[in-house]
Design a protein around this ligand. Structure first.
Ligand code: NAD
Length: 499
């Protein structure tokens, strides 16, 4: 057996082997084979990466906007030219299909493109003659060293959501990617270096809770962006805010698709299938529950079943594959356990993906499942499953469906399928969810809006990327200025007011 390679950190422009002696396996989910180890940082390794980021900050924050933009443009060109190489790495470690991986890269590119406009995004305001001889203006400045902690399901795009704007605004960025698919972060680091980014502006430290906890308490980290499951997002938010840091912590989801009786059933079924089973359901914006209003339940179930039977499950890199494996053997078992519990709690598996899991060989495959009769209170409804499982909840009215969605503790994404513009408009106003689709099942905002859920899907005030990303990674300063002018100067001990 050839010895497995170990994936290293990227600190100060170079690969650095972890000295901690702790490692984690990196699998190929399609074959079930381990393909590498990743070194897990201890506190001293995190400290050395933070020091490198801190040292790089002084120079980087004073680098002219046009130079920062030039580097980002070059990086954009390099990512574009290496789309396939990035996508192949995603498929190898995450398991997603090539088409899906290319889609991830494309959505990441959008964020780099937005960041290329930083000179416009950072423009402040200027008020001439706010008082006699006095002008007032606002500038936005970078925070310093900022950290990003990212999940396994979008190992290229989610880091790009964060670091493109963070770096453009003049911060230095320390990435702690998921230990389950860590390699793509190093390819991105290399491309940033080739684009001309100075060493230390972008560092990568691999690790687990030990590294994360050190980042959350490190005095030189000014802000933390986190994306992952809700319990960890909540914990990260609490710890980091207690330590005085600015935090945006995006958590898990349970996304409902409300289908009204007047919906185009074929369109709704296509959308439900694509949004539930794309990327094997491992998307925070996946649709996991179809809320069928009135008579729409039977036709939509039949339309969904017909489509599931045609989905080609296989290795993500094989041409024609539509759905790949899930990330790990533990995760596959967790999904299977959810399906068993659903049956025990009275739901019916209209399509049972457990059989495909049993016959699929050593890769981490689970077939598509459709749970009919799902209800709040059942574990399969109350918890995020994050796998290829779609539930059907039957309700008698729009109001009953809406109340259920609004009672759900998660509030990431949702969609309504209808031909009625008035109903759609009412839904967009009444639903308590951060991202809403109208006949669009995965309403991930384009890069010039911002991404974020409500309730347990986001801890913090600002959403990620887009205008709120620029706000998150900068501090505002307001300057009130007056230049010597004999006519406007006098001694006045009263509180300053406009004259
Ligand atoms: P996860 O919460 O297990 O891990 C996320 C990050 O936290 C990883 O970098 C991981 O190393 C780190 N981590 C793991 N355990 C930790 C601990 N105990 N303390 C501190 N850090 C820890 O999430 P995941 O399984 O990698 O990703 C899937 C989850 O992410 C799903 O819940 C999904 O909904 C969510 N997600 C949310 C969004 C969003 O935008 N809201 C986007 C993508 C994924």
């Amino acid at each position: 057996m050839p010895e497995l390679k170990t994936i290293h950190h990227w600190i100060n422009g170079k690969l650095q082997a972890s000295q901690s002696g702790r490692t984690s396996p990196v699998w190929n989910p399609a074959t079930g084979n381990q393909q590498a180890w990743v070194g897990l940082a201890d506190c001293s390794e995190v400290d050395s990466a933070v020091q490198s980021s801190k040292d790089a900050f002084l120079l980087w924050r004073s680098t002219p906007l046009s130079r920062r933009t030039e580097i980002l443009f070059k990086f954009r060109e390099l990512v574009d030219a290496n789309r396939r190489e990035i996508a192949d790495l995603l498929t190898l470690e995450h398991g997603k299909t090539t088409a899906d991986a290319l889609g991830e890269v494309a959505r990441g590119l959008e964020n780099i493109e937005f960041a290329c406009g930083v000179s416009s995004h950072l423009k402040g305001g200027y008020s001439e003659q706010a008082s006699r001889g006095v002008d007032v203006y606002q500038i936005r400045q970078p925070l310093g060293v900022v950290a990003g902690i990212t999940p396994f399901n979008f190992p290229a795009m989610v880091p790009m959501w964060m670091f493109a704007n963070a770096i453009a605004c003049g911060n230095t960025f320390l990435l702690k990617p998921s230990e389950r698919d860590p390699s793509v972060s190093l390819l991105l680091a290399e491309l940033l270096q080739r684009a001309g980014l100075p060493d230390g502006v972008f560092n990568v430290v691999h690790g687990d809770k030990v590294a994360v906890d050190r980042l959350l308490s490190h005095p030189d980290i000014q802000a933390v962006s986190f994306v992952g499951s809700t319990p960890i997002a909540r914990e990260v938010y609490q710890k980091a805010t207690q330590n005085g840091k600015r935090v945006q912590a995006l958590g898990g989801a349970k996304n409902h698709m409300l289908v009204l009786p007047d919906a185009d059933i074929e369109m709704a079924a296509d959308a439900a299938i694509s949004a539930a089973f794309g990327s094997a359901g491992e998307r925070c914006m996946a649709i996991s529950v179809v809320v069928a209003v009135g008579d729409v339940a039977e036709p939509i179930i039949e339309a969904i079943k017909a489509r599931i039977s045609k989905i080609k499950v296989g290795s993500g890199g094989e041409p024609g594959t539509e759905m790949g494996p899930v990330i790990s053997p533990e995760h596959r078992n967790r999904i299977l356990n959810h399906l068993e519990d659903a049956v025990k709690q009275g739901a019916r598996l209209a399509v049972d993906g457990r059989e495909d899991a049993a016959t699929s060989g050593p890769g981490f495959f689970v077939g598509c499942s459709l749970i009919d009769g799902m209800k709040p209170g059942m574990r399969c409804y109350d918890e995020e499953i994050f796998g290829p499982v779609l539930g059907i909840v039957r309700v008698s009215s729009y109001r009953e469906g809406l109340d259920m969605i609004n009672s759900c503790p998660f509030g990431n994404g949702t969609a309504i399928f209808t031909r009625d513009g008035g109903a759609a408009r009412q839904f967009q106003s009444e639903v308590e969810v951060g991202m809403v689709g109208i006949n669009v099942p995965i309403p991930v905002p384009v890069s010039y809006y911002s991404f974020g859920g409500w309730k347990s899907s986001l801890f913090g005030d600002l959403h990620m990327y887009g205008p709120e990303g620029i706000q998150f990674y900068t501090r505002s300063k307001v300057v009130t200025s007056r230049w010597p002018d004999a006519g406007t100067s006098s001694v006045d001990l009263g509180f300053p007011q406009v004259r």
